[in-house]
Design a protein around this ligand. Sequence first.
Ligand SMILES: [Zn+2]
Length: 169
Amino acid sequence: MELTQDEKYMKEALKQAAKARKIGEVPIGCVIVYEDRIIGRGYNRRNTDKSTLAHAEISAIKKAAKVIGDWRLEECTLYVTLEPCPMCGGAIVQSRMKRCVIGTMSPKSGCAGSILNLLQEPRFNHQVEITEGVLRDECQEMLQEFFKELRIRLKEEKRLAENASTTGF
Ligand SMILES: [Zn+2]
């Protein structure tokens, strides 16, 4: 089956998410597309960089702005595997992004419709078109698997710690 444009670029965002997973970060990835070309890529590096700002979207926006030579990304589309948080939602509006394509929604932190809809707040001077649910299953599975493995690892660590304490170490 042939992929749509949106699916093709969401696959690229998923590749970025896989980079985050590889370094033990929550797997979230992002790409920004201008005139059918990727001009910015990013993945979550929050723990690695010890920075609240190291979200996938922020990294991709920085890179795209460098390529465009302007902070305005008016003709660009941002693809992200998970619905943006308040910080990234704000940055997407500030960058005047034309469109935001989302893999899976984030009921606990999403600001593209789940908790707030910063992207389409009519009182702001810019609104962003939203397409959601592109490759939803793949995006969701990547996150679910990550957290499942994390829970198993934490359980194992707890068990080891308990063993250590009962043996006096
Ligand atoms: Zn974010």
